[in-house]
Design a protein. Sequence first.
Length: 68
Amino acid sequence: MTDKDQADYFHERWCEEREITADAHRKLTTVTQILDHMTESGVHDVSIDLVKALLQPTKEALKDGQGS
């Protein structure tokens, strides 16, 4: 088993324990990374509409991933 295979395996187990899909978790992680990057770039005044737009695909993925 390669390091990537092992990482994928543990990521899937982590998501299963929390009853979300791995894809939903990756999207949530991506949103966090985008917001972190914006903050590091000096953007501190983020509108709620921007945050909602970033979170919309994640919200849908989390809803679809519940109970799977």
